[in-house]
Design a protein. Structure first.
Length: 370
Protein backbone atom coordinates (compact mmCIF):
# COMPACT_ATOMS: atom_id res chain seq x y z
CA UNK A 1 0.00 0.00 0.00
CA UNK A 2 1.51 3.34 -1.05
CA UNK A 3 1.83 6.39 1.16
CA UNK A 4 -1.09 8.23 -0.54
CA UNK A 5 -3.54 5.41 0.28
CA UNK A 6 -2.36 5.22 3.86
CA UNK A 7 -2.82 8.95 4.22
CA UNK A 8 -6.35 8.77 2.81
CA UNK A 9 -7.36 5.97 5.19
CA UNK A 10 -5.98 7.89 8.15
CA UNK A 11 -7.92 11.01 7.13
CA UNK A 12 -11.12 8.95 6.78
CA UNK A 13 -10.66 7.45 10.25
CA UNK A 14 -10.09 10.89 11.75
CA UNK A 15 -13.23 12.17 10.03
CA UNK A 16 -15.32 9.29 11.41
CA UNK A 17 -14.01 9.90 14.94
CA UNK A 18 -14.72 13.62 14.58
CA UNK A 19 -18.30 12.97 13.41
CA UNK A 20 -18.91 10.55 16.31
CA UNK A 21 -17.51 13.09 18.75
CA UNK A 22 -19.77 15.79 17.31
CA UNK A 23 -22.84 13.58 17.72
CA UNK A 24 -21.89 12.69 21.29
CA UNK A 25 -21.42 16.40 22.03
CA UNK A 26 -24.82 17.18 20.46
CA UNK A 27 -26.52 14.44 22.48
CA UNK A 28 -24.95 15.61 25.75
CA UNK A 29 -25.72 19.25 25.04
CA UNK A 30 -29.28 18.35 24.02
CA UNK A 31 -29.79 16.27 27.15
CA UNK A 32 -28.53 19.12 29.33
CA UNK A 33 -30.78 21.64 27.62
CA UNK A 34 -33.75 19.26 27.89
CA UNK A 35 -33.01 18.60 31.58
CA UNK A 36 -32.75 22.35 32.18
CA UNK A 37 -36.18 22.99 30.70
CA UNK A 38 -37.70 20.00 32.53
CA UNK A 39 -36.36 21.36 35.84
CA UNK A 40 -37.69 24.86 35.05
CA UNK A 41 -41.12 23.47 34.08
CA UNK A 42 -41.25 21.24 37.18
CA UNK A 43 -40.37 24.13 39.46
CA UNK A 44 -42.89 26.35 37.74
CA UNK A 45 -45.57 23.66 38.11
CA UNK A 46 -44.73 23.21 41.79
CA UNK A 47 -44.98 26.96 42.36
CA UNK A 48 -48.23 27.09 40.39
CA UNK A 49 -49.69 24.14 42.34
CA UNK A 50 -48.77 25.76 45.66
CA UNK A 51 -50.34 29.04 44.58
CA UNK A 52 -53.47 27.20 43.50
CA UNK A 53 -53.54 25.30 46.81
CA UNK A 54 -53.23 28.56 48.73
CA UNK A 55 -56.05 30.11 46.67
CA UNK A 56 -58.34 27.12 47.35
CA UNK A 57 -57.52 27.12 51.07
CA UNK A 58 -58.22 30.85 51.26
CA UNK A 59 -61.52 30.33 49.41
CA UNK A 60 -62.50 27.56 51.84
CA UNK A 61 -61.54 29.82 54.75
CA UNK A 62 -63.74 32.62 53.42
CA UNK A 63 -66.64 30.23 52.88
CA UNK A 64 -66.31 28.85 56.41
CA UNK A 65 -66.16 32.38 57.84
CA UNK A 66 -69.39 33.20 56.02
CA UNK A 67 -71.11 29.96 56.98
CA UNK A 68 -70.40 30.30 60.69
CA UNK A 69 -72.99 33.09 60.68
CA UNK A 70 -75.46 31.33 58.35
CA UNK A 71 -77.86 28.78 59.78
CA UNK A 72 -79.02 25.66 57.91
CA UNK A 73 -77.10 26.51 54.76
CA UNK A 74 -76.12 23.97 52.09
CA UNK A 75 -73.44 24.68 49.49
CA UNK A 76 -71.57 22.86 46.74
CA UNK A 77 -68.06 24.25 46.16
CA UNK A 78 -66.59 23.49 42.72
CA UNK A 79 -62.80 23.27 42.40
CA UNK A 80 -60.15 21.31 40.50
CA UNK A 81 -59.84 17.66 41.54
CA UNK A 82 -57.48 17.42 44.48
CA UNK A 83 -56.77 15.59 47.71
CA UNK A 84 -57.33 17.25 51.05
CA UNK A 85 -56.78 16.13 54.61
CA UNK A 86 -58.28 17.37 57.85
CA UNK A 87 -56.56 16.57 61.11
CA UNK A 88 -56.38 17.76 64.69
CA UNK A 89 -53.23 17.34 66.71
CA UNK A 90 -53.34 18.68 70.23
CA UNK A 91 -56.66 20.20 69.13
CA UNK A 92 -54.90 22.42 66.59
CA UNK A 93 -57.03 21.52 63.57
CA UNK A 94 -56.07 22.32 60.00
CA UNK A 95 -57.04 21.57 56.41
CA UNK A 96 -54.07 20.52 54.26
CA UNK A 97 -53.86 20.58 50.48
CA UNK A 98 -50.84 20.29 48.16
CA UNK A 99 -48.35 20.60 50.99
CA UNK A 100 -50.04 23.76 52.31
CA UNK A 101 -52.13 23.98 55.50
CA UNK A 102 -54.77 26.34 56.84
CA UNK A 103 -55.96 26.38 60.45
CA UNK A 104 -59.71 26.05 60.94
CA UNK A 105 -59.50 29.03 63.28
CA UNK A 106 -62.36 29.48 65.74
CA UNK A 107 -65.00 27.65 63.68
CA UNK A 108 -66.37 24.25 64.69
CA UNK A 109 -65.76 22.07 61.65
CA UNK A 110 -66.64 18.39 61.23
CA UNK A 111 -65.20 16.60 58.19
CA UNK A 112 -63.63 13.30 57.09
CA UNK A 113 -59.88 13.00 57.60
CA UNK A 114 -59.24 12.47 53.86
CA UNK A 115 -61.18 13.82 50.86
CA UNK A 116 -60.45 13.55 47.11
CA UNK A 117 -62.85 15.31 44.78
CA UNK A 118 -63.54 18.29 42.56
CA UNK A 119 -66.50 19.28 44.75
CA UNK A 120 -66.95 20.04 48.43
CA UNK A 121 -70.34 19.66 50.12
CA UNK A 122 -70.90 21.94 53.10
CA UNK A 123 -73.77 22.33 55.56
CA UNK A 124 -74.35 24.41 58.68
CA UNK A 125 -76.53 23.95 61.75
CA UNK A 126 -77.02 26.26 64.72
CA UNK A 127 -76.03 24.74 68.07
CA UNK A 128 -78.62 26.02 70.54
CA UNK A 129 -78.18 25.14 74.25
CA UNK A 130 -80.93 26.59 74.47
CA UNK A 131 -79.53 29.96 73.37
CA UNK A 132 -77.45 30.05 70.21
CA UNK A 133 -73.84 29.17 71.02
CA UNK A 134 -72.28 28.84 67.56
CA UNK A 135 -72.79 27.31 64.14
CA UNK A 136 -71.52 23.83 63.40
CA UNK A 137 -70.04 23.46 59.91
CA UNK A 138 -70.09 20.05 58.22
CA UNK A 139 -67.97 19.22 55.18
CA UNK A 140 -67.66 16.13 52.96
CA UNK A 141 -67.42 15.08 49.28
CA UNK A 142 -69.84 13.16 47.02
CA UNK A 143 -67.43 10.20 46.76
CA UNK A 144 -67.88 9.34 50.45
CA UNK A 145 -70.95 7.18 51.21
CA UNK A 146 -72.86 7.10 54.50
CA UNK A 147 -74.97 4.10 55.47
CA UNK A 148 -77.54 4.31 58.26
CA UNK A 149 -78.30 0.86 59.63
CA UNK A 150 -81.92 0.82 60.81
CA UNK A 151 -83.17 -2.75 61.38
CA UNK A 152 -86.92 -3.07 60.99
CA UNK A 153 -87.04 -5.06 64.25
CA UNK A 154 -85.02 -2.55 66.30
CA UNK A 155 -86.81 -0.86 69.19
CA UNK A 156 -83.78 0.90 70.63
CA UNK A 157 -84.77 4.20 69.05
CA UNK A 158 -88.27 5.58 68.41
CA UNK A 159 -89.17 5.70 64.75
CA UNK A 160 -89.90 9.43 65.03
CA UNK A 161 -86.36 10.15 66.21
CA UNK A 162 -84.80 8.03 63.48
CA UNK A 163 -86.99 9.70 60.88
CA UNK A 164 -86.24 13.19 62.18
CA UNK A 165 -82.51 12.60 62.42
CA UNK A 166 -82.08 11.15 58.93
CA UNK A 167 -84.67 13.22 57.09
CA UNK A 168 -83.02 16.46 58.27
CA UNK A 169 -79.75 15.57 56.55
CA UNK A 170 -78.82 17.78 53.57
CA UNK A 171 -80.05 16.62 50.18
CA UNK A 172 -76.53 16.69 48.68
CA UNK A 173 -75.17 14.07 51.12
CA UNK A 174 -74.52 10.62 49.60
CA UNK A 175 -76.34 8.32 52.00
CA UNK A 176 -78.56 5.26 52.14
CA UNK A 177 -80.74 3.62 54.80
CA UNK A 178 -80.32 -0.15 55.05
CA UNK A 179 -81.91 -2.80 57.23
CA UNK A 180 -78.61 -4.66 57.76
CA UNK A 181 -74.93 -3.79 57.32
CA UNK A 182 -74.41 -7.21 55.72
CA UNK A 183 -76.46 -6.10 52.72
CA UNK A 184 -74.02 -3.30 51.83
CA UNK A 185 -72.13 -3.81 48.57
CA UNK A 186 -68.82 -2.03 47.95
CA UNK A 187 -69.10 0.02 44.75
CA UNK A 188 -65.70 1.69 44.71
CA UNK A 189 -66.61 4.47 47.12
CA UNK A 190 -63.69 6.53 48.37
CA UNK A 191 -64.76 5.95 51.97
CA UNK A 192 -67.72 4.37 53.75
CA UNK A 193 -69.16 5.48 57.08
CA UNK A 194 -71.50 3.06 58.87
CA UNK A 195 -73.91 4.55 61.44
CA UNK A 196 -75.65 2.28 63.96
CA UNK A 197 -78.39 3.55 66.27
CA UNK A 198 -77.87 0.94 68.97
CA UNK A 199 -74.98 -1.06 70.38
CA UNK A 200 -77.31 -4.08 70.08
CA UNK A 201 -77.14 -3.81 66.28
CA UNK A 202 -73.34 -3.58 66.25
CA UNK A 203 -71.38 -6.84 66.65
CA UNK A 204 -67.91 -5.41 66.01
CA UNK A 205 -67.38 -7.45 62.84
CA UNK A 206 -66.82 -5.74 59.48
CA UNK A 207 -69.56 -6.78 57.01
CA UNK A 208 -68.29 -9.57 54.71
CA UNK A 209 -68.68 -7.48 51.56
CA UNK A 210 -66.41 -4.77 53.01
CA UNK A 211 -63.66 -6.90 54.56
CA UNK A 212 -61.36 -6.67 51.52
CA UNK A 213 -61.59 -2.88 51.37
CA UNK A 214 -58.57 -1.01 52.76
CA UNK A 215 -58.80 -0.38 56.51
CA UNK A 216 -58.79 3.47 56.46
CA UNK A 217 -61.74 3.50 54.04
CA UNK A 218 -64.21 1.90 56.47
CA UNK A 219 -65.27 3.43 59.80
CA UNK A 220 -68.27 3.08 62.09
CA UNK A 221 -70.26 5.18 64.53
CA UNK A 222 -72.53 3.70 67.19
CA UNK A 223 -75.11 5.99 68.79
CA UNK A 224 -75.89 4.17 72.04
CA UNK A 225 -78.92 5.72 73.78
CA UNK A 226 -79.22 5.83 77.56
CA UNK A 227 -82.73 7.24 77.24
CA UNK A 228 -84.23 6.35 73.87
CA UNK A 229 -86.72 9.23 73.97
CA UNK A 230 -84.08 11.91 74.64
CA UNK A 231 -80.91 10.51 73.08
CA UNK A 232 -79.76 13.78 71.47
CA UNK A 233 -79.98 15.59 74.84
CA UNK A 234 -76.91 14.17 76.49
CA UNK A 235 -78.56 10.78 77.00
CA UNK A 236 -76.64 8.88 74.35
CA UNK A 237 -73.01 8.02 73.78
CA UNK A 238 -71.34 8.57 70.41
CA UNK A 239 -68.85 5.71 70.03
CA UNK A 240 -66.22 5.71 67.26
CA UNK A 241 -64.71 2.63 65.62
CA UNK A 242 -62.25 1.93 62.79
CA UNK A 243 -61.63 -1.12 60.60
CA UNK A 244 -58.77 -3.48 61.38
CA UNK A 245 -58.82 -6.34 58.87
CA UNK A 246 -62.13 -8.15 59.56
CA UNK A 247 -63.04 -6.42 62.83
CA UNK A 248 -63.90 -2.99 64.14
CA UNK A 249 -61.62 -1.70 66.91
CA UNK A 250 -61.83 1.35 69.15
CA UNK A 251 -60.93 4.63 67.45
CA UNK A 252 -59.42 6.34 70.48
CA UNK A 253 -58.21 9.93 70.85
CA UNK A 254 -54.51 10.72 70.45
CA UNK A 255 -53.93 9.96 74.14
CA UNK A 256 -55.44 6.49 73.67
CA UNK A 257 -57.95 7.07 76.47
CA UNK A 258 -61.43 7.27 74.97
CA UNK A 259 -63.50 6.75 71.83
CA UNK A 260 -66.76 8.09 73.25
CA UNK A 261 -68.51 11.47 73.67
CA UNK A 262 -72.02 12.35 74.87
CA UNK A 263 -74.53 13.50 72.27
CA UNK A 264 -74.82 17.19 73.14
CA UNK A 265 -77.72 18.01 70.90
CA UNK A 266 -78.67 16.45 67.60
CA UNK A 267 -76.14 18.74 65.89
CA UNK A 268 -73.26 17.00 67.68
CA UNK A 269 -74.57 13.63 66.47
CA UNK A 270 -74.43 14.97 62.90
CA UNK A 271 -70.85 16.01 63.61
CA UNK A 272 -70.06 12.43 64.65
CA UNK A 273 -71.52 11.18 61.36
CA UNK A 274 -69.33 13.50 59.28
CA UNK A 275 -66.17 12.90 61.35
CA UNK A 276 -64.42 9.58 60.72
CA UNK A 277 -61.80 10.34 63.39
CA UNK A 278 -62.65 10.54 67.08
CA UNK A 279 -59.69 12.85 67.72
CA UNK A 280 -60.99 15.34 65.14
CA UNK A 281 -64.53 15.14 66.51
CA UNK A 282 -63.44 15.50 70.14
CA UNK A 283 -61.27 18.55 69.46
CA UNK A 284 -64.14 20.39 67.78
CA UNK A 285 -66.69 19.45 70.45
CA UNK A 286 -64.25 20.52 73.16
CA UNK A 287 -64.01 23.90 71.40
CA UNK A 288 -67.81 24.08 71.29
CA UNK A 289 -68.10 23.30 75.04
CA UNK A 290 -65.61 26.09 75.80
CA UNK A 291 -67.77 28.45 73.75
CA UNK A 292 -70.88 27.24 75.61
CA UNK A 293 -69.23 28.04 78.93
CA UNK A 294 -68.31 31.53 77.72
CA UNK A 295 -71.72 32.39 76.23
CA UNK A 296 -73.63 31.04 79.25
CA UNK A 297 -71.56 33.38 81.44
CA UNK A 298 -72.74 36.33 79.37
CA UNK A 299 -76.41 35.34 79.79
CA UNK A 300 -75.92 34.68 83.50
CA UNK A 301 -74.61 38.23 83.88
CA UNK A 302 -77.61 39.51 81.90
CA UNK A 303 -79.92 37.62 84.26
CA UNK A 304 -78.15 39.24 87.23
CA UNK A 305 -78.64 42.72 85.78
CA UNK A 306 -82.31 42.08 85.00
CA UNK A 307 -82.86 40.80 88.54
CA UNK A 308 -81.32 43.95 90.00
CA UNK A 309 -83.48 46.13 87.75
CA UNK A 310 -86.61 44.27 88.85
CA UNK A 311 -85.72 44.71 92.54
CA UNK A 312 -84.99 48.42 92.03
CA UNK A 313 -88.24 48.95 90.12
CA UNK A 314 -86.66 49.83 86.79
CA UNK A 315 -88.74 47.03 85.33
CA UNK A 316 -91.87 45.35 86.76
CA UNK A 317 -90.91 43.82 90.11
CA UNK A 318 -92.92 40.67 89.39
CA UNK A 319 -90.40 39.84 86.68
CA UNK A 320 -87.72 39.11 89.28
CA UNK A 321 -88.87 35.47 89.64
CA UNK A 322 -87.59 34.73 86.12
CA UNK A 323 -84.00 35.79 86.71
CA UNK A 324 -82.55 33.36 89.20
CA UNK A 325 -78.90 32.65 88.43
CA UNK A 326 -79.44 29.17 89.87
CA UNK A 327 -80.72 28.18 86.45
CA UNK A 328 -77.14 28.46 85.19
CA UNK A 329 -75.55 26.03 87.67
CA UNK A 330 -75.43 23.21 85.15
CA UNK A 331 -73.60 25.36 82.60
CA UNK A 332 -70.48 25.28 84.74
CA UNK A 333 -69.09 22.50 82.56
CA UNK A 334 -65.84 22.20 80.64
CA UNK A 335 -64.34 19.78 78.15
CA UNK A 336 -63.05 17.56 80.95
CA UNK A 337 -66.53 17.21 82.47
CA UNK A 338 -68.25 15.65 79.46
CA UNK A 339 -67.17 12.18 80.55
CA UNK A 340 -69.14 12.70 83.79
CA UNK A 341 -72.72 11.56 83.17
CA UNK A 342 -73.97 13.52 86.20
CA UNK A 343 -72.47 16.75 84.85
CA UNK A 344 -74.03 16.22 81.42
CA UNK A 345 -77.46 15.42 82.89
CA UNK A 346 -77.09 18.51 85.13
CA UNK A 347 -76.42 20.63 82.04
CA UNK A 348 -79.62 19.46 80.37
CA UNK A 349 -81.59 19.97 83.57
CA UNK A 350 -80.41 23.60 83.58
CA UNK A 351 -81.25 23.93 79.87
CA UNK A 352 -84.79 22.72 80.57
CA UNK A 353 -85.29 25.12 83.49
CA UNK A 354 -83.79 28.07 81.63
CA UNK A 355 -86.02 27.43 78.60
CA UNK A 356 -89.12 27.24 80.82
CA UNK A 357 -88.40 30.46 82.69
CA UNK A 358 -87.36 32.32 79.55
CA UNK A 359 -90.69 31.35 77.93
CA UNK A 360 -92.46 32.54 81.08
CA UNK A 361 -90.70 35.90 80.89
CA UNK A 362 -91.76 36.34 77.27
CA UNK A 363 -95.39 35.36 77.97
CA UNK A 364 -95.60 37.84 80.85
CA UNK A 365 -94.01 40.70 78.88
CA UNK A 366 -90.81 40.66 80.90
CA UNK A 367 -87.39 41.07 79.29
CA UNK A 368 -86.20 37.71 78.06
CA UNK A 369 -83.14 36.03 79.54
CA UNK A 370 -81.77 35.15 76.11
Amino acid sequence: MNKANKSTIKKNKNAVVEVQFNWIFILIAGALILAFFIIIISKQKAVSDKKLSVDILNSIDQIMSGQKTSENRQDVIDMFKTSMSYSCGGCDCAISLGGMSKSKGNVVLFAPSEMRSDRLLTWTQSWDMPFRVTNFIYMTVPEIKYYFIVPSTSSALPESIKTEFISNLPVNLSYEIVDSADSIQYKGEQRIRLVFFSVLDFNGVVPANLQKVSDPAITALVIDPVDSSKWPDGKAELNFYKKSKTDFVLDNDEEGISNSYPALGIQSAYGAVYSDSFQNFKCNMDDAVKRLNLVSGVYEERSNILSEKAVSGEIFQGCSIYYSTGYFNGFDINEDDVSDTGKVFGLYSSISMLSTWNDGAIINSCPRIY
